[in-house]
Design a protein around this ligand. Structure first.
Ligand code: MGD
Ligand code: MGD
Ligand code: MO
Length: 767
């Protein structure tokens, strides 16, 4: 479906988030995906003990409770996997790859589940069935003929289980490289690189229990009504208890205003709803670092005043003395930072900063959550460390009801990193891995996503293997990413459904169809469970219950094991022995990582176990052994600043974000209900005053062009202008249509994350 010319319609959504609207859309999706009645049952088992872990988001569940945790977008994710549609060899016989490339991302996934391994044939320009053995031989042949293991890269999207991911990293390291580009690199990498500098661990410090004791929740750059709907249930309870909830977001997200809980029959029947956010602070795009620094400065000023007046201190002086280092340098920097700059860079007026500071200093138990709005900018590592600094000032880390809460994306993206999907592995981990498995892992760091694309473009990486995901479409600078993949000798994708990455292929190419998490995974006749770690470090078991989409599917774990065996034989382990019983892999994980002691036993208990996060217990795994205040200056000479200086008011900053009807690159439908967009994705939200200033009108069609300094043209055409409550100078449009606008070399400093939420662009009227 090409919706280039589809106008759709725009109408503000008058209802609360969730409620009946969500129920209606659940029914619609089950119908659209033609999910079989017998498979409905699966939904009832979602996120329950003995059931499967929702492949939607990484938000945790309440002790895998027995009540059905209803979540519209969880249902969509499950329906997409449990669909009765099939992409059989007949589809690939009918269409050449060139023809399939003409179809939209939506149409490609709508063909349904892949059923059999496929290999690309250049003579016919078609994918044709291939035996599993022949597929593994092809991979092994390519890998073993490379002159250097670093010429291969091994992508992971965060849906794979701990078992598959652990075996994958063992295989890749035994093969000889640390080239692990992963979806984290495009997602929460600034969290994973920033937090270790301040609190010693790149993970959140809270659990769901803390939400029951928080009186203040600050939500930075997140749209939970769409991306983590179950979080709204938690926020509802906080709000009902009287907690103050603040949304810090350039967009005033309707989904954070009111919520009708589908879990509560009375709310559904009476149409009652709960107000969620009581305050909206709207920084300009990329302004959070300055805003958080301003909050820290104001907190310090208010504490000076309290100290002078003999009032109770605002800073947690005991925590700072006992647990931290660097405080004096930090406060000296804050005092020296001029207010005018903080206001100008954040885009938030002084009185709004004051209002937010009042909330922050009055909170006794504060949780700060954040998502992509904080992590996809040049200064994201600095923003994350500044937020950590701010919370440390008031001792809001490592005590009940308070703490840091990065909200991850893919359901096991955190677990993948925990078990070793990491292009910059630590020495201690490599030592241990080498000891346990009796081999010498490579020590030099590998490529992340952006470095992998650059290396493929340079001809330095020739083989690309993807454990899930849609690399070609999720990555930045689309034409360059496509070219990079096309320069490969071999591209391999393990996937549930057809997507564009399979069609933008190397000289040789394979599509390997995998079992989904909702499906029964039999190994040696025994049903296997897999384990995943949610955003709050809870590890639990997941058992699929549906029949596999096709008898010819293999589990990801089995594919990794057989790929490893074909490539390395029995070095350094008997791969098939591990894949035959996943509890053996869990035992191996426990041998490598102390935190997983008694893994099989502990994960068998309902709800699983908490992995332990040192900073939560106020143990600081930093160089100094203390939580560290980090000084970061405002950077006033960035590509964005320079573009603004060059183009003046006409320069806009664009964020690329998710609609309500998509899961990353998987498009479920054309609506973005809470933002009032129906039947189209080709919209760009802008401030009404900017629309007028640029000489446009509401509803005009515009083309977007990146204002970058390398002279490479980057365009995305035909978006309908929609006036929206967003600060001047800021725009919002959907990902992935706008990925061609993100320059490959525009990344978060210190994390390499593409700056998907702050792209300098110019607008032109569409032809
Ligand atoms: N249904 C569904 N669920 C999902 C996903 C999905 O696509 N669909 N994706 C999954 C994944 S992988 C992830 S990472 C998460 C993503 O979940 P989110 O983190 O919610 O991601 P986005 O929708 O990209 O945008 C987040 C918010 O950031 C705001 N924002 C943009 N720029 C800025 C800024 O400069 N400052 C501030 N303060 N805010 C800003 C946007 O207005 C938007 O509200 O969700 C996961 N869950
Ligand atoms: N411009 C812009 N770009 C972005 C972002 C943004 O906000 N703006 N967000 C970034 C973020 S946060 C992320 S996480 C990445 C996401 O990047 P990816 O993780 O690479 O992308 P997805 O769209 O989640 O991958 C979808 C595909 O995964 C496959 N799949 C689904 N389930 C399974 C499974 O169980 N096993 C296997 N093997 N395959 C499966 C299906 O074939 C499906 O087509 O995109 C990033 N790109
Ligand atoms: Mo993500």
């Amino acid at each position: 479906m090409d919706d280039h010319l589809n106008e759709g319609h725009i109408a503000p959504y008058p209802h609360a988030a969730a409620g009946w609207g969500a129920l209606k859309h659940v029914a619609l999706n089950l119908w659209r995906e033609r999910v079989k009645a017998t498979d409905f049952r699966m939904l009832l088992e979602q996120n329950q003990h003995g059931g499967f872990d929702c492949p939607g988001c990484a938000w945790p569940d309440r002790e895998h409770a027995s009540t059905f945790e209803f979540c519209e977008n969880g249902v969509k994710a499950v329906a997409a996997e449990a669909t009765s549609k099939r992409a059989t060899p007949a589809l690939f016989a009918r269409y050449t790859v060139t023809q399939l490339l003409q179809q939209s991302d939506y149409e490609l996934e709508q063909h349904g589940r892949l059923t059999t391994p496929l290999a690309y044939h250049a003579e016919t320009d078609r994918y044709q069935p291939v035996s599993w053995d022949a597929a593994f031989q092809l991979i092994a042949g390519h890998l073993n003929s490379l002159d250097n293991p670093d010429r291969a890269a091994f992508y992971a999207s965060g849906r794979a289980s701990n078992e598959a991911a652990f075996l994958y990293q063992l295989f890749v390291r035994a093969y000889g490289t640390n080239n692990f580009p992963d979806c984290s690199n495009m997602c929460h990498e600034p969290t994973s690189r920033g937090l270790p500098q301040t609190v010693g661990v790149g993970k959140g410090t809270v659990t769901l229990d803390d939400f029951e004791h928080a009186d203040t929740v600050l939500i930075f750059g997140q749209n939970p009504a769409t991306n983590h709907p179950r979080m709204l249930g938690e926020l509802r309870d906080c709000a009902k208890r009287g907690a103050v909830i603040v949304s810090i977001n350039p967009l005033r997200e309707r989904g954070l205003e009111r919520f009708t809980s589908p879990q509560h029959a009375s709310e559904m029947l009476t149409g009652a709803s709960t107000r969620i956010s009581s305050m909206f602070i709207q920084p300009r795009l990329s302004g959070d670092f300055a805003l958080i620094k301003a909050l820290a400065k104001r907190t310090l000023e208010l504490d000076d005043w309290a100290a002078a007046a003999g009032r109770p201190r605002i800073l947690d002086v005991a925590f700072i003395a006992e647990h931290t280092t660097g405080f004096d340098a930090f406060t000296a920097d804050l005092r020296a930072e001029p207010w005018e700059l903080l206001i100008a860079e954040s885009g938030v007026a002084r009185d709004r900063i004051e209002a937010l500071a009042q909330v922050f200093v009055k909170g006794a138990n504060i949780i700060a959550t954040w998502g992509m709005g904080l992590t996809q900018h040049r200064n994201s590592v600095q923003a994350v460390t500044m937020l950590s600094n701010l919370m440390m000032m008031r001792g809001q880390i490592g005590r009940r009801g308070a703490g840091l809460c990065p909200v991850r994306g893919h359901s096991n993206v955190q677990g993948n990193r925990t078990v070793g999907i990491e292009e910059k592995p630590g020495g201690a981990f490599l030592d241990r891995l080498g000891q346990v498995f009796q081999f010498t892992p490579p020590r030099h760091h590998g490529h992340d996503v952006v470095a992998t694309i650059e290396a493929m473009l340079a001809g330095d990486v020739k083989v690309f293997v993807g454990l899930g995901g849609n690399f070609a479409v999720a990555a930045p600078d689309t034409p360059r990413t496509f070219e990079a993949l096309r320069r490969c000798d071999l591209t391999v994708h393990m996937a549930t459904k057809l997507n564009r990455s399979h069609l933008v292929h190397g000289h040789d190419a394979l599509i390997l169809p995998v079992l989904g998490r909702t499906e029964i995974d039999l190994q040696d006749g025994v049903a296997q469970g897999v384990t995943v770690e949610d955003s709050m470090s809870m590890v639990h078991l997941s058992y699929g219950g549906n029949q596999p989409a096709s008898p010819d599917l293999l589990s990801e774990t089995a594919i990794v094991a057989r790929m490893a065996e074909a490539t390395l034989g029995k070095f350094p382990v008997d791969w098939r022995w591990y894949a035959a019983d996943y509890s053996r892999i869990r035992d191996a994980i426990a041998q490598v990582f102390d935190a997983f002691y008694d893994y099989n036993e502990r994960v068998a208990k309902p709800g699983g176990f908490h992995l332990g996060v040192a900073s939560r217990d106020r143990r600081w795994n930093t160089a100094s052994g203390r939580a560290q205040f980090i000084v970061n200056p405002l950077d006033l000479d960035t590509p964005l600043h320079r573009a603004r200086a060059l183009h003046g008011d006409k320069l806009m900053t664009l964020m690329t974000t998710r609609s309500h009807d998509q899961y990353n690159t998987t498009i479920y439908g054309m609506d973005d209900r809470y933002r009032g967009v129906f039947g189209t994705r080709r919209v760009v939200f802008a401030n009404a005053a900017d629309i007028a200033m640029l000489g446009f009108q509401d509803g005009d069609w515009v083309d977007l062009e990146t204002a970058w300094e390398d002279g490479v043209p980057r365009r995305a055409d035909r978006f309908r202008l929609v006036p929206y409550d967003i600060p001047r100078g800021c725009l919002a449009a959907y990902y992935p249509e706008t990925n061609p606008l993100v320059p490959l070399d525009s990344v978060a400093l210190g994390a390499g994350t593409p700056t998907s939420k702050s792209i300098p662009v110019l607008l032109r009227a569409s032809a």
